[in-house]
Ligand binder design. Sequence first.
Ligand code: ATP
Ligand code: MG
Length: 329
Amino acid sequence: MKPRVFSGVQPSGNLHIGNYLGALKNWVRMQHEYDCIYCIVDLHAITVYQDPKELLTKIRDIAALFLAAGIDPKVSNVIVQSAVPAHAELAWMLTCVTPMGWLSRMTQFKAKSEKQETVGDGLFQYPVLMAADILLYQAAAVPVGDDQSQHVELTRDIAQRFNSLYGETFVVPATTLPTIGARVMGLDDPLKKMSKSDPGSGHAIALLDPPAVIRKKFSRATTDSLPAVDFDALGPGVDNLLNIFQAFSDWTGDQMRAHFSGMRYGDLKKQVAEMVISHLEPFQARHRQITAEPGYLDGVLREAAGRAAPIANSTVELVKRRMGLYVTS
Ligand code: ATP
Ligand code: MG
C-alpha cells in the first residue's frame, strides 16, 4: 500500500500563485507515489463569515482549479470536507485532548483575529479541525506552504498526546514544503504573505487572471529604491519576484544569477510576468474545458467522498473504542 497524503485549500477566495507554488505544485508531483486525498476545506472557510451563495460557487471553482492544475481524479481523491461528516466528529474528540495554551501560540490565529470585529471560537479551534483532517486518513505526509507548517507541527503534537494517553492510534505526519515558493509574498506588500482573503487589487496573481491583468499587476509590484537587481542587496520585493520566476521555471540559483544580475527592475517584472503567463495559459484552457462539462465535477466529488468516507469512519470508530465511547456493533 502506498503511504497516504492529505492536504487542503479553503474556498475563501480565488486561488493564487502562492497556493499553486506552495501546495498544488507538490500535490501534482506526489500523486503517483502516494495515495492522495486533496480536500476543499469548507468547514475551515466558515471560521470567518462567508456569503452562503458565494461559498457554494467557490467550492466548485476550487475543485475545477485542482483538476486544471493537474490533479487526476482517477488517481487522487478530491473531496469536499463537509461531505465527510467524520472530519467534524474527530475534531471534537481532538479538541478534548488539545490544551488551549497550544492554540493560543498559533500565529495565524493572532493575525486573522486582529482583522475581525468578533472572533468566532471556530477561528481559535481551526488548527484542531486541521489536525482531524490529517489524522482521520492516517496521512504520512502533508504538502503545504510555509505558513501552515506551524499547524502541521501542532497536528504532530496532538497525535503524540493522543497516542500517549490512549495508546498508539494515529500516524504522526511529516510536513512537505517546496524548496522554492514555500512562501510567496504579496506584490503590493512583500512583507505580507500572498493570501486569498486579502482584498488588495494588486496583492495577488489569481490563477485565472488574464494575461493583461497579470502584466499590469507585476508592473506595479512593490520593489525598492535601487535601479537594478543586485544579488548581494536583495530587497524583499525583488527577492519575491525572483522566487516566483525560479519556482515556475525550475531554474537553478546559478542560472538565476547569470540571467538577472544587473537587470533593471522594469525588465525583471516583464520577464516574471511572461514566465507566469506561459504556465497559466494551458492551465486556464484546461479549466475552461472542465467547467464546460455539466455534472462532471459533482460526479468527481461524489465518487471521491464515497471512497474517503469509509477510511474516515474507521478511524473515528477506532478513536471511539480507544476513548471508551459507545460504538454500535
Ligand atoms: P486565506 O487568506 O483564506 O487563509 P490562503 O491564501 O492562505 O487563504 P489557504 O487555503 O489558507 O490559502 O491555504 C492553502 C494552501 O496554500 C496551504 O497549503 C498554504 O500553506 C498554501 N499557501 C497559502 N498562501 C501561500 C503563499 N503565499 N505562499 C505559499 N503557499 C501558500
Ligand atoms: Mg491561509
